[in-house]
Structure formats: C-alpha cells, structure tokens
Design a protein around this ligand. Structure first.
Ligand SMILES: Cc1ncc(COP(=O)(O)O)c(C=O)c1O
Length: 356
C-alpha cells in the first residue's frame, strides 16, 4: 500500500546507498565482461581517454549521433576535435556515413545494442574508428572481440550508488584522483547513506531541507564533471563500492521491472522499445508522450521522478534532424532500477494511467 504523496516515499532520483548494498566481491567481472581497460571518473572522461589516443595517431574528426547526451560534446570540444552530427531513425538506429581516418560514435540507447553496430563493426576494415558508447548499456552484452579500431565507453554510475565511475577499453596508467574529486566522493557517499535512512522513515512527512542537502551533493558532483570533463582520476572508495555491488542481481531486477511495467503499460502508452532481448539490461522504461512535460510534472507531484533523455545541443535543429528532436521532445524514462519491485511498478503504472 502506497503512502500519501507528501510522505518520504519516492520512485526515481539519485541512488541512495546502504552498507548492505556491498555484497561479496564481484571483481567487476559481470560489469566488464572480462575485458581489459582503465577506470576513470566519468563516462565523458573515459571518452576523453579514447579521443586523446586517437589524436595521438592523427585522428581529428568525429561523427556524433544527433540524438545524444550533451555531456559527450564536452571532451570533444575540450580536446579540439572537429565534429558533425549524423541522423538516427525514429527507432534509434544510427545512420552514420563514416569516412576513412575519422571516428564514429554510436550510442547503445537505453541498454539496447544499436542495431547498426554489427555492420559498423564489420565495415571498420575501411579505416574508420568505432567508439561504442555503452554508458546506458553497462550491464548489457556489449563485449566483442577486441580490435585496434574499436573502443567502448561505460558509465556505471548510472546503474548504482556511485557519484563517479567511467571506463574505457584502453589499457593505460590510471591517474591520481584530484583532491576535489576525493572530497566530492565522500560528500556524496555521506549524503546517500543519510538519504537511505531518511527514506526508511517513510511514514514521516517530506523534509525539504534534508532533500535539498542530497540534491546539493548531487549537483556539486555534476557541476564538477561538467567543468572537468577530461579529469580521469577515480577515488579508491568508488572502486571498492563498484567491486562490491551485486551487478548480476542488479541486472535481474531491472529486467524483471521492465517486463512487468511493459505488461501493465504497453496497452495504453507507446513504449519506445517493444521487446527485451535476453542480453539487454535496460536503463529505464521509455515511453513516448505528446504532452511529456505535463505528464512528467504530474508524476513528480506523486513523487515519481523521471529523467528526460535528452535536452539536445542547440546545433541539433528540427529541420536537419527531425527524428532526434521528436525523440527529445516526447520521450520520458520511467525508473525501473534495482531499488524497486512489482508493487512499485504497479503504483507507477497506475499513476501514469491516472495522469494521462
Ligand atoms: C550516452 C551517454 N554517454 C556518455 C555520458 C556521459 O557519462 P558521465 O555522466 O558518466 O560522464 C552520458 C551521460 O549521461 C550518456 O547518457
């Protein structure tokens, strides 16, 4: 039974953290599919590592998808790459036309391996460099035989209680974390531990002061990453938490929640993805809505907090990239993560039905 909406219940929002989240050491096996690479502070700094490597071998140009997270542009601009955008279809299929001696970035949207990846992997013989952005697909099967022309980026911080964490499949010396990152990591962990206690007291009323405290710790990390997109040193405590999370269980929960929500919702909303292959762990359950912002607001009033993927850079115009702009204006990502179970999914489905 759900509590009334001014109580300390929430679906979505940044991950709280409990000491019990740390299980036996998983050695990141599940997460890395046994592949070799280097950890860094964020997905964008992992991308920066790849871009630096490409720069060293004379590559200066990158093709980016028109439907993308703006943070991807940060390292591209900072490292002085020339960039342009390519179209994606309504169903998120990448349609780049790669040229020799350029890089092409493909996003595995919401956990699904981009359907164009298979062709792009085999076309690489033509001399372009493929960067697979698996930031939203960290727990899906993104692994593939290593080749000198293929790179992978992960951002596991989107899948668990981790303020920092990015990875790429280039083996280099890890950098020492900055003092600022160390401080932000501890501040964020403290805020997440406190948030988990706060949420267990779900009979008590919402306390805006306490919620602002979590939000400010979250925003401080995001501001740091926006301002330092190439800073790569990651604190040991983050690696220790990453090592101890039960990634296999996290994957199972997310899949089960997605499937249940799909059963409940697909009759009366338009889901962006309509089936769940066995090797996919979804980031969220994405629906398309004409009045997306209105629905998002109404759900937030019921303490269901949904991210929007993504507000696009101003360079992406409707006339050139109608599909990307439409996706950006109409998609809403419903949370399905490991903190929730069937009862929460049923509550959310009912809330969506009510506010439509
Ligand atoms: C597809 C994609 N790639 C890369 C990033 C950057 O990851 P991070 O925030 O860890 O730098 C994001 C961020 O949301 C993303 O959605």
């Amino acid at each position: 039974m759900r509590l009334s909406i001014n109580k300390r219940f929430a679906i979505g929002g940044d991950f709280e953290f409990k000491i019990e989240d740390i299980k036996k050491k998983d050695k990141q096996e599940t997460l890395l599919n046994g592949q070799k690479g280097t950890w860094s502070a964020s997905g964008r700094s992992a991308l920066a590592k790849i871009l630096k490597h490409l720069k060293d071998i004379g590559i200066q140009e990158i093709l980016l998808p028109s439907f993308l997270c703006e943070s991807i542009l940060q390292p591209v601009k900072k490292l002085g790459f020339r960039y342009s955008f390519y179209p994606v279809t309504k169903s998120l299929i990448a349609q780049p036309e790669p040229k020799p001696r350029t890089a092409v970035l493909v996003i595995h949207y919401f956990g699904w391996i981009n359907p164009s990846t298979c062709n792009l992997r085999s076309e690489q013989i033509d001399g372009f460099y493929l960067i697979e952005d698996a930031s939203q697909a960290a727990l899906s099967n993104w692994s593939f035989a290593n080749s000198a022309n293929r790179f992978v980026v992960l951002s596991p911080r989107k899948f668990g209680p981790l303020p920092f964490g990015g990875w790429c499949n280039i083996v280099t010396m890890a950098e020492k974390p900055s003092h600022a990152i160390e401080c932000l990591a501890w501040r964020s962990i403290a805020a997440r531990l406190a948030k988990s206690t706060y949420l267990t007291e779900h009979g008590l009323p919402v306390d805006n002061k306490i919620e602002e405290f979590y939000l400010s710790a979250f925003m401080a990390v995001e501001a740091y990453l926006n301002n330092h997109p190439t800073d790569s040193g990651i604190p040991q405590i983050i690696l220790d938490i990453m090592d101890g999370l039960d990634w296999a269980e996290i994957g199972k929960r997310r899949r089960a929640n997605w499937q249940y929500l799909h059963e409940l919702l697909s009759k009366f909303v338009e889901p962006l993805m309509t089936d769940l292959p066995t090797d996919v762990v979804p980031l969220g359950y994405v629906i398309r809505l004409a009045y997306r912002d209105k629905v998002r607001k109404a759900l937030a009033a019921r303490r269901i907090f949904c991210p929007v993927h993504w507000p696009l850079p101003t360079e992406i115009t409707k006339s050139r990239f109608p599909n990307a702009v439409k996706l950006s204006e109409t998609s809403l990502t419903l949370p399905i993560d490991q903190r929730y179970g069937p009862e929460d999914m049923a509550y959310m489905a009912k809330a969506v039905e009510d506010v439509l």
